[in-house]
Every structure is written in C-alpha cells, then in structure tokens.
Design a protein around this ligand. Structure first.
Ligand SMILES: NC(=O)c1ccc[n+]([C@@H]2O[C@H](COP(=O)([O-])OP(=O)(O)OC[C@H]3O[C@@H](n4cnc5c(N)ncnc54)[C@H](O)[C@@H]3O)[C@@H](O)[C@H]2O)c1
Length: 285
C-alpha cells in the first residue's frame, strides 16, 4: 500500500498542540514532508521530533503567524528545505472571549490578526511559488492539484455568544476560502475550509470551578504577544453540549479533527473546491 501523500510538502501552522499537531502527524504518516509552525518553540520541535522518530520528515518553523515577516519565512522554509509546496493548512489560533460591551478594540483586532490576516499573508506568499510550479506543469501537459485547508469553526457559521471577534474572524475565513477557490482554480489549487464543532484541546478544556480551593484546576492560559489570555469552556456548557447538542454524543478528538483536514488534502478531493466541511459530530449551528 502506498502512502497517499508521498512526495508532497505541507505547511501546518499552530502544529505544536491540539488539532494542528494531529494534522502534522496525519499528513506525515501518509508520506508528506511537513513544515511545522507554532508560536511556542518547544512544542513545535516536539512535533518535529515525534514525526522524525516515527520515520517521517519534518522541519520546524517556529514563531507567531502574526509577525510581519512570518509568511515569507514559512513559505521559504518549505522551498529551501524540500523544493516544493503542495499543501497549506492554516490552523494556528486561539480565543479571547467576552461579550461585546466588554470587548476592547485590541481584543477584537488580535483575533482578526491571527485567524484572518495571518492566513491571508501566508496564502499570498504561497501563491508565488505555486504559480511557478503550476505554469511549468501546465507546459508539460500535467495537471497537479495542490491543497489549501483553512480552519474555521461552527462559531463562524452560526455565531456564538461571547465570541463576536472569533465568530467574525472565522466567518471571514469562509469568505477568503471561497474567493481563493475562484482565483486559484486556474492553478489547480483546491481551496477548502473545515469548520470544527467541539474538539477536546487546550482551547476547550473545562474552566476551573470557582471557590473549590485546593481542588480547583489550574486556569489554562495562552501566552501570546506579551498577553496572558485565559482559555477554556464552562464545564456545564461542555456537559450540556455533549449530552444534548452533539448527536454523536461527545466532543471530537484532535485525531478525528485531523481526519477532516486530511479528507481535503488527498487526491479524492481533486474536484472539490470552495467548500466548508463541518467536522462536529452533527453539532448544528
Ligand atoms: N478545539 C475546538 O473545539 C475548535 C473548534 C473550532 C475551531 N477550532 C480552531 O482550531 C484551531 C486549532 O485550535 P486547537 O483547538 O487545536 O487549540 P490549541 O490551543 O490546542 O492549539 C493551537 C496551537 O496554535 C498555536 N498558536 C496560537 N496562536 C499562534 C500564533 N499567533 N502563531 C503560531 N501559533 C499559534 C498555539 O501555540 C497552539 O499550539 C484554531 O484555529 C481554533 O480556532 C478549534
């Protein structure tokens, strides 16, 4: 049996933890060479080491996707290390929630920066080498499909209280996906989007219960661009979603989320573009 992505080169942002890490493992296990990004150096390197120890090929490209020079550096890493670029997975992100009357401009903008502006810049940088490869392949009479998978959320499709910044950003990702599907068909790039429901990661871990002293869990935070932002979901909301909201009866695993991304990276999706695949166990929005 051959690996489905043999010879392909993939960029995966936010691949030090959670869904991105599972995506990097999945693509590498199918033969892709992976450029692993994360804001945090150690988790990015750990993903690379785990892939390499399993016999795969990967290289780290740490740093924030929101840095002005990041997109060019990310794309250049793929080209200089592997001489190709076939798959881009825009996954890096986090949440910074509040109701609109308590949301600052900074809070709104930071979430647009990471979920919308960063993927826009990465895709703008990626199209230069992709156009050159596509032109050469067309001249040779070959049709080679490349893949973009942008990560959205059911919050971007149906809204979610407390997430006006995140829902706006994740809706913008859908618009960007559909537009680039139309611009890039001529280069044989399939541009699709995966909208996750509830996936068990650091982002969705239960918030600590208040007033329970010693028994209280540590509040999880993400340290990004000099800010320490609390992440997590109220335990009661998690329970109610799993019991009543998700027809399959539980949150998804990062591996199940990664399988959704993978569906849009292989040859079976060569005639699928501009679509949003909801990976949410039937969660409606
Ligand atoms: N977990 C869910 O239920 C869920 C649902 C819908 C959408 N999503 C989306 O899935 C994606 C992955 O989230 P996750 O649940 O795996 O979270 P996670 O926190 O487990 O992993 C996200 C990774 O992205 C990295 N990251 C964050 N900001 C970054 C930046 N500026 N530059 C580079 N890396 C950065 C983090 O360091 C982390 O390692 C996000 O875009 C998120 O919005 C998640």
């Amino acid at each position: 049996m051959t690996a489905r992505l043999d010879g392909k080169v993939a960029l995966v942002s936010g691949a030090g933890r959670g869904i991105g890490r599972a995506v990097a493992f999945k693509l590498a296990s199918e033969g892709a060479r992976v450029v692993v990004n994360d804001l945090d150096d150690a988790p990015a390197r750990d993903t690379v080491d785990t892939i390499v120890s399993a016999g795969g090929t990967a290289i780290a490209c740490p740093g924030s996707v929101t840095a002005a020079d990041f997109a060019e550096r990310f794309v250049a890493t793929a080209i200089s290390a592997y001489g190709a670029l076939d798959i881009v997975v825009n996954n890096a992100g986090y949440t910074w929630d509040n109701v609109i009357q308590r949301m600052s401009d900074e809070q709104f903008q930071a979430i647009l920066d990471v979920h919308v502006t960063a993927p826009f810049r990465i895709l703008r940088a990626a199209i230069e080498p992709i156009r050159a490869f596509a032109k050469r392949e067309a001249a040779e009479g070959r049709e080679v499909f490349r893949k973009v998978v942008n990560v959205s959320s059911v919050a971007g499709l149906g809204g979610n209280p407390g997430q006006v910044n995140y829902a706006a950003a994740k809706a913008a990702v859908v618009g960007m996906t559909k537009t680039l599907a139309k611009e890039w068909g001529r280069y044989k790039v399939n541009v699709n989007c995966v909208a996750f429901g509830l996936i068990r990661t650091r982002l969705t871990q239960p918030l600590p219960s208040t007033g329970s002293g010693q028994a209280a869990r540590e509040q999880a935070t993400i340290d990004v661009e000099g800010r320490s932002i609390a992440v997590g979901v109220q335990p009661a909301l998690l329970e109610s979603l799993e019991t009543h909201g998700i027809p399959l009866g539980r949150a998804g695993t990062p591996e199940e989320a990664a399988d959704g991304v993978y569906l849009l990276c292989g040859p079976e999706s060569n005639y699928v573009t501009g679509q949003v695949l909801v990976v949410g166990g039937g969660l409606t929005f």
